[in-house]
Design a protein around this ligand. Structure first.
Ligand code: UGA
Length: 472
């Protein structure tokens, strides 16, 4: 009894001692890991993450976190209950917070004006209205979600509308972390970008947020800009990254026609320090929740401002990505004698990239749909993404979900490698070959495997941007 009492008093004391209270609205892929690192690095700040989804918050409070990220669980466990909290009590937490990060979903609009391209801002607007309704003291509101340029203006208008007397200062602080490396990216960022309003209160808010990051990020990595530059920089960073992938994928198509090797070309080109070597891996195309959405969104903005040629330029990055996915399926079909009816294809990987269970906009989804249209049978293998795959694919009899690649390939005519999980690299391909139908095919959509060794075993090997190695 006494101990419990002492524990509660200590807890209350420690809550009182917190320098500031940070709140994040949205406990997803961005909010969860970002706030975990802030809590780890800033023990004197109280960090709370809220979400309206109770199951999601329950999961953050349990041993089974709702997302998988390398190093995330240890970090959550080290701060949870001390200065990191997960809650569904949105209103109470808004009231108490000094700094509110908004990390809610901004998907592509599926209806009305701009459907399929513009950002759906309903969740962000609802959040702003909630903050306005509840807040009684001044707050710094930080845009973490990816938003259209000048969204901060809309946010400020909503927050300051009506009779409300509370002042809000809006900052833009876009997220640049990538899934699978979220913790590493957050702990050792290339840069932290803070957009602010050029006014006295704007500068104070900027400094307040800089002080959070200065707990672990060197000063020279903190970049401050005006609000609109910051918002636009997020979209442009993703657009440039995706554009590099589409560029190298377009060259992969040319390599396949000319017997050049795209890996060699990318290596030679990337050695130019002005170009750089990253994001030049040809593959089945980019996936993930951001690239397609952000580019379409950028194109939509350009169109809105009458910049039609600029919009078309960026849209081409997405068109090329769709082309690349289609080309992969076409290659499978053509190599396998133009019919896949009843043939079993083991799909190695379903996540949009390795080290994540995320399957949003994954090339694998499109590839599966195309292959099913050709009446192929699929056996899908993935170390972490099978649950998502199950919910996304039709409950069709032609699909099996397998954790064990050796089971998935039993009686298969082909393997299509779509996600470059390390575990696929070191399999016993001699054994696999012996248990497959002949002729056996491998389509390496990520250039992960040793193609000559596979060819020597007896496989017909097709890899992105490389001449085929076929025994036929
Ligand atoms: C991307 C950006 O890299 C992050 O900086 C950004 O913060 C994030 O979007 C976001 O806006 O939330 P993410 O989508 O998690 O991160 O993953 P990436 O590592 O960028 O990969 C995206 C896709 O491109 C994957 O499907 C990957 O397989 C593909 N890719 C990547 C290639 O096909 N080739 C490459 O050379 C690199």
């Amino acid at each position: 009894m006494q101990n419990n009492f002492e524990h509660s008093v200590k807890k209350i004391m420690s809550l009182k001692e917190f320098k500031k209270k940070i709140l994040c609205i949205g406990a997803g892929y961005v909010g969860g890991p970002t706030m975990t690192v802030i809590a780890n690095k800033c023990p004197e700040y109280k960090v709370t993450v809220v979400d309206i989804s109770k199951p999601r918050i329950d999961a953050w409070n349990s041993e089974e976190l709702p997302i998988y990220e390398i190093g995330l669980k240890e970090r959550v466990l080290s701060s949870r209950g001390k200065n990191l909290f997960f809650s569904t009590d949105v209103d109470k937490e808004i009231e108490e917070a000094d700094i509110i990060f908004v990390a809610v979903h901004t998907p592509t609009k599926t209806f009305g004006e701009g459907a399929g391209r513009a950002a759906d801002l309903q969740f962000i607007e609802k959040t702003a209205r909630r903050i306005k309704a509840v807040a009684r003291t001044p707050k710094i509101v930080v845009e973490k979600s990816t938003l259209p340029v000048r969204a901060a203006e809309t946010l400020a208008t909503i927050l300051h509308s009506g009779e409300h007397e509370v002042r809000f200062e809006i900052l833009s602080n876009p997220e640049f972390m990538a899934e699978g490396t979220a913790i590493q990216d957050m702990e050792h960022p290339d840069r932290i970008l803070i957009g602010y309003n050029e006014s006295e209160s704007g500068r104070l808010a900027r400094d307040e947020l800089m002080n959070v990051y200065l707990n672990w990020v060197p000063r020279e990595k903190l970049i401050t800009t005006n609000l609109w530059s910051s918002e636009l920089s997020k979209l442009v960073s993703n657009a440039f990254l995706a554009q590099r992938i589409s560029s190298i994928n377009s060259i992969a198509a040319l390599c396949e026609e000319t017997e050049a090797d795209v890996v060699e070309v990318a290596n030679a080109v990337g050695k130019d320090s002005r170009i750089g070597s990253k994001f030049l891996r040809a593959g089945v195309g980019f996936g993930g929740s951001c690239f397609r959405k952000d580019i379409l969104h950028l194109a939509y903005l350009c169109e809105y401002y009458g910049l039609i040629e600029v919009a078309r330029f960026w849209e081409q990055v997405v068109t090329l990505n769709d082309y690349q996915i289609g080309r992969f399926v076409k290659q499978i079909l053509q190599a396998m004698f133009n019919t896949l009816v009843g043939k079993k294809i083991a799909l190695f990987g379903y996540a949009f990239k390795p080290d994540t269970s995320d399957t949003r906009d994954a090339p694998a989804g499109y590839i599966c749909h195309h292959l099913l249209k050709e009446k192929a049978k699929l056996s899908i293998v993935d170390p972490y993404a099978l649950d998502n795959a199950r919910t996304e694919l039709p409950g069709d009899e032609g699909i099996e979900f397998e954790k064990d690649p050796y089971k998935a390939i039993q009686g298969a005519h082909a393997i299509a490698l779509v996600t470059e999980w390390d575990c696929f690299r070191d399999l016993d391909y001699k054994r696999i070959f012996s248990e497959m139908e002949k002729p056996a095919f491998i389509f390496d959509g990520r250039n992960l495997l040793n193609h000559q060794a596979l060819f020597d075993i007896g496989f017909n090997v097709y890899a992105v941007g490389k001449p085929p190695r076929s025994h036929l």
